[in-house]
Design a protein around this ligand. Structure first.
Ligand SMILES: Cc1cc2nc3c(=O)[nH]c(=O)nc-3n(C[C@H](O)[C@H](O)[C@H](O)COP(=O)(O)O)c2cc1C
Length: 64
């Protein structure tokens, strides 16, 4: 089990609607892999906390 926190800068094409879609998709997909966490967005940057089994979390972060 690991807890991973990262910050990233959004691409200019990201809108509030994009973020809402990410959250909806991520909530469903993460629960399948027993991953929990939180995603914050300030209009420019993301901060995401992910917790779960190490292999699953590292696979997800590589995908993101
Ligand atoms: C900032 C950010 C955070 C994301 N967080 C998650 C997440 O927690 N879980 C998830 O399944 N997808 C997340 N995604 C979406 C993934 O990048 C990816 O689109 C999604 O996992 C679908 O991948 P697939 O097409 O290979 O199934 C995030 C995307 C961004 C930009």
């Amino acid at each position: 089990m690991i807890r991973l926190l990262y910050f990233s800068t959004a691409a200019y094409s990201v809108t509030k609607e994009t973020v809402a879609e990410i959250v909806e998709q991520a909530t469903a997909a993460n629960s399948v892999h027993n991953i929990t966490g939180a995603l914050a967005y300030n209009g420019r940057n993301f901060c995401q906390l992910l917790e779960g089994e190490e292999t699953a979390v590292r696979r997800l972060v590589a995908n993101i």
